[in-house]
Write a protein of this length. Structure first.
Lengths: 168, 279
């Protein structure tokens, strides 16, 4: 219960920060994708199931609370969370660069997928070159924010794990 | 080993279920459109989030303005010198008065443009948020249906045209589609020659004015305003921007003109919503 409430607060905070603060802090015309960041870090720390769930609910929250086309962000982040969580088990390196690179790569792929899906349903007409540019810039922006977000997400996950009980 | 396989199968089933739910949601939202249940739910949830955006916006406005200034450091240097002279004078009255004065100047500029254009009933609004994603160019304002704001109401800033109101609108807040959105189209007129065309949004690039006959003489720096035809969205005469570049294609039947927007969409704080009947 406490973990659920913590995640709800974190997702809501991310959405508010993205729409209010980061709405003015664009990187060459691109905004960060904070919900993507949360889903990817969740997948990195806890595996594919957690990543997929965080991505699904985070994406649905973004789509419904901020009135975007419903379901597309949820679909994108479910797949991104699952993919990152599945790939993570094949990357045992403890390098601190790994989460940054993973966030950058997964964000770029996720934004590309999102844009192409929007194009398929006729809700995107800004051009493929623009889509590629935005996906790269969002990825860079998310990568820059990863060192700030990683400790917060890890603290949240580790704090919500049930403590081991030893019965003698 | 068997446990690991069962866990993997369980995870795959979970992901497939979530993907199916997402696809059903996408399909229902696409088919039902603005009259569907999801739109009503979205509107309801937006009415919960919008006041939070308003509160966070007031809290973070100084922080956001500081970092936004860093991104525009080149153009701010000259402005900085002028403001330093002003600041010395107002420092004796306290920092709070300086902030109030700047806000008052912006509001006075809004009233001036409203009087100059002869706009009817209108209401001022604060910008409380911008679009979350990278593929939508919208802002949220703290006025809604309870204040008389309706869909398609034009929205202007002190410098010129901002956009028009779109769904969702709640009693307290509304969403505004900016003219830089690729889905936006504004009937426009060249202020000097009077020739008309259509302004299309180009995201963060200069606007493009299309359907201008090739024989029309266009000069750089010429003002572009709304044409305000009968039944259109926008009243006539609202500044849209200035001509920055003319693209001549010998084989084309019309010119394409690049227009630098009059409004700085990255630093919108106060806007005016023109309520009631338009052009």
């Amino acid at each position: 219960m406490r973990r659920t409430v913590s995640w709800i607060v974190l997702v809501l905070t991310a959405l508010l920060l993205q729409s209010v603060v980061f709405g003015r802090l664009e990187l060459a015309g691109a905004k960060p994708e904070l919900i993507y960041l949360l889903a990817i870090l969740s997948a990195y720390l806890e595996g594919p199931a957690s990543g997929a769930l965080t991505g699904f609910f985070g994406g649905m929250a973004q789509d419904f609370l901020l009135n975007q086309p419903k379901g597309i962000t949820a679909l994108t982040l479910t797949l991104v969370g699952y993919a990152v969580g599945s790939l993570r088990q094949y990357m045992p390196t403890p390098s601190p660069l790994l989460p940054v690179l993973l966030v950058a790569g997964a964000t770029a792929v996720g934004v590309l997928f999102n844009g192409m899906f929007l194009y398929l349903i006729g809700r995107f007409d800004a051009g493929f070159a623009f889509l590629v540019r935005i996906s790269v810039l969002s990825a860079v922006y998310n990568a820059i924010l990863t060192p700030l977000a990683f400790p917060i997400v890890r603290w949240l996950i580790e704090g919500s794990r049930p403590r081991k009980v030893f019965r003698w | 080993m068997a446990l690991a396989r069962r866990t993997q199968r369980g995870t795959r089933l979970l992901v497939i279920s979530l993907v199916m739910i997402s696809l059903v949601t996408i399909t229902l939202d696409y088919r039902e459109g603005s009259s569907g249940p999801f739109e009503s739910v979205g509107r309801g949830l937006f009415s919960i989030v919008a006041p939070m955006q308003d509160a966070v916006s007031r809290l973070f406005r100084p922080v956001g303005t500081f970092f936004s200034g860093l991104a525009h450091v080149g153009s701010l240097q000259a402005e900085n010198r002028r403001l330093r002279a002003q600041l010395q004078e107002s420092q004796t009255r306290g920092g709070q008065v300086t902030t109030l004065q700047q806000q008052l100047q912006q509001l006075e500029a809004l009233i001036q443009i409203k009087d100059r254009l002869g706009l009817g009933s209108s209401i001022g609004a604060n910008v409380i948020g911008s679009s979350v994603g990278n593929f939508h160019w919208t802002i949220s304002i703290d006025r809604g249906s309870a204040d008389g704001v309706g869909v398609d109401d034009p929205v202007i800033a002190s410098a010129g045209l901002v956009g028009h109101v779109i769904e969702p609108i709640t009693s307290c807040c509304a969403t505004v589609q900016l003219i830089i959105d690729p889905g936006s189209a504004v009937a426009a007129r060249l202020a000097t020659s009077g020739d008309t065309g259509l302004i299309a949004g180009e995201r963060n690039e200069p606007l493009q004015m299309q359907l201008v006959p090739t024989e029309v003489d266009v000069i750089a720096g010429e003002a572009v305003v709304t044409s305000g035809y009968q039944g259109g969205l926008y009243p006539p005469g609202i500044p849209i921007g200035t001509v920055s570049h003319v693209l001549n294609d010998p084989g084309s039947l019309s010119k394409v003109i690049q227009v630098r927007p009059a409004v700085d969409f990255s630093s919108l704080e106060f806007v005016l919503v023109v309520t009631g009947s338009q052009a």
